[in-house]
Design a protein around this ligand. Sequence first.
Ligand code: B3K
Ligand code: ZN
Length: 867
Amino acid sequence: MSAMQAQLRTDYQSPQYTIEQLHLDFKLDEHATIVTAVSQVKQLVAATPQLVLDGEHMKLLSVAIDGEVLAQSRYRVIDNQLIIDVDLASFELTVITEIDPANNTALEGLYKSGGAFCTQCEAQGFRRITFFLDRPDVLAKYTTRVEADKAQYPYLLSNGNKIDSGDLDGGRHFAVWQDPFPKPSYLFALVAGDFDLLDDTFITRSGRKVALELFVDRGNLHRGEHAMASLKRAMKWDEERFNLEYDLDIYMIVAVDFFNMGAMENKGLNVFNSKAVLADPQTATDDEYHRIESIIGHEYFHNWTGNRVTCRDWFQLSLKEGLTVFRDQEFSSDLGSPVVNRIDAVNVMRTHQFAEDAGPMAHPIRPEQVLEMNNFYTVTVYDKGSEVIRMMHTLLGEARFQQGMALYFERHDGQAVTCDDFVAAMEDASGVDLTQFRLWYSQSGTPVVKAIESYDADKQQYTLTLTQNTPATPDQTEKQPLHIPVAIELLDSEGKGIELKRDGKVVANILNFVEAEQSWVFDQVSGPVVASLFENFSAPIKLEQNISSQQLALIVANSSSDFSRYDAGQRLFTSEIFAIADAEAERASDTLINALRKVLLDPTRDPALVALMLSLPAESALAQDRNDIDVETIHLTRRAVLAQIGLELEDELLARYRECIASSYQQDAAAVGRRALKNACLFLLAIAGKATTQELCGQQFAQADNMTDRLAALNAMNQAQLPIVKDALATFESQWHQDALVMDKWFSQVAMAPNANVLADIEKAMAHPMFDIANPNRVRALIGAFASGNRNQFHALDGSGYRFLTDNLVKLNTINPQCAARIITPLLGWKELDGERQALIKAQLQRLADLPDLSRDLYEKVTKSLA
Ligand code: B3K
Ligand code: ZN
């Protein structure tokens, strides 16, 4: 099969052979690591005359069966597969390969990150280490022997427990690790390097003592403490909320600087991007503290949802990712503010997932077709996947949902299973019929729900009619009605909540919306009402409801749900921005300004929520609702509304700003919330552009005792393009030029400046000694931030933004295809733009399509986009 041909979900075939035991031996060397893999192979389908193993980017040194080296005529390597002529019920296979970790810039398989060796095997990186049945439904017990130079690599790590170690001749040493749990190859890990070690212990609920070890670059020990504390919280939470206990005697986390994603859940040995581990108040923002806790939790939770029960094939990825994102969101929510966490998750859906659904890469949470698996670690599989789990949770309730989880583990512990298996467990444990609900797994696209409301004063009845329609997507033209849970709240004209009644009885506030069009009648409604629909984003849909600014303001002021209040505020912002863009209004209405004033002055509200309520929808989220409005108009209109708020609420913003200043730095929820509000006020004041705020920003930047405040001041100056921003950027650079993670914030500030010279500054930043195009963090911080975070400049009509991104994609195509395929996203959805920009982007995509060595990662996205 050609390397550029997609695989289909429906083509799944169970394996003909399996490998039950694997002994790996690594003789580590920068350019010539020797890997000896000894597999106990079992034939599952009798009379299968060939064993076919996956492998790429390696030198095959020898193949032996039951100790006997095979003649070259017995095997061949064709199209990244090793085909061995053999037809035995069971045998021992020894494959010896040589690999070059130091030249592995794709960061898949075994590679070097700075001075350390490390691995990344999901999804198909193990096949860059040895020839193997590299598929998640082949589960083997691993032992791993690692040998390396002792001075350079004092720590030799792999999955499970260390069972042997010792010194060897020539300054080398070795360690042997044994993982008692069968696992798929994608969960294999190896790390060798010199680190500082932070260690701790956790006593599980049943009294077992688990050693916790966090490995960080030398000198960074204190920056690991937050991650370690987060890990202990995650372990405890999973016992309490999901009844799940850790299963090995040791849990290790290694932080590395070169990593394509946030982190990886390898059994007993997580490998993390250092950005997702290291934090102290001087270098990390509150958002980063939060993100670290959530990623540490996510990877830990995979130990059960992913590792103990894994995926049968990669089309089932959401089985572990959607579920584990749901679990990490619940963790953050239980430990922090539910509404703030919910808002964060919903913003990811609206800004990124809806865009993916509207673009050329649209796919269901369980994809039907995959060319490059790495392209499907998406907001759809992860975040929409989590929303689908959340809807099941809503339909079943916590108690029955947990019964479903228990049944899932009872049935499938130690197995590789499908999304259907998960839903079946939920259904069987709860008795709730999920037949129609399963469509959420197979149907792509964002459903549009329209609400039609009527009130009958004589009958005292309110009628809600909903229609649902999922627009066709490139991958799928026919769509069917979905089972949509609709959470609803009715407010009377004073803003008081009304009990929902039908036939005189109180009814639940969750409606089961299952038809293309469906109506609900509520009785004993004594006057006209305002309906707040999809409370807490009860389904991942777009709502169309005829609702006035006054009605939205009523919800903002009165809803019993903080989420609904926030959400109505966002809808109010959106409709006013569009009214200005359409020249139906000159400025935001008094209704909006007054609603915000009330929010701002309400002392009973959580400052963290108030901060979010002062934030406008992102330009890209606005663009999705109205792709007929030009990029620049959206940018300028949104900015004008920000400035108007800053000017009209100047006194209130200043007062709250001052009130939120802390006398000393704390890292607890209350302090974080106050910082968020303070900095939201500062931002609006800066955009409003009064001379006094320049001073305020300058002061905060100079005097801040933590990175959150310092960066917020810098960002406000930068977005407002205050004259002092130049000096501030220089000061920041001279203070942090040796710290790569902090410099990433500087790179992003450079990239996001709303100024027509930004590209020249970015080119200069690329020459900074800290910039390295081979490091994905740097690439995302500078090039990625420009393309996705500086919408107006990226889409400049001279095409310079598109050309710049493409120039770098050409480089990354050979250096790190996975990284390239991630930052190309802003180019893919050109169909939403005007004709002039469409032509400019298409020319750049064509440049990529014409590359002689276009990677599979980019090929899949570029061809879909051009199709
Ligand atoms: N499972 C990994 C992601 C692997 C990505 C491969 N391209 C991290 C996570 O979701 O926890
Ligand atoms: Zn995950």
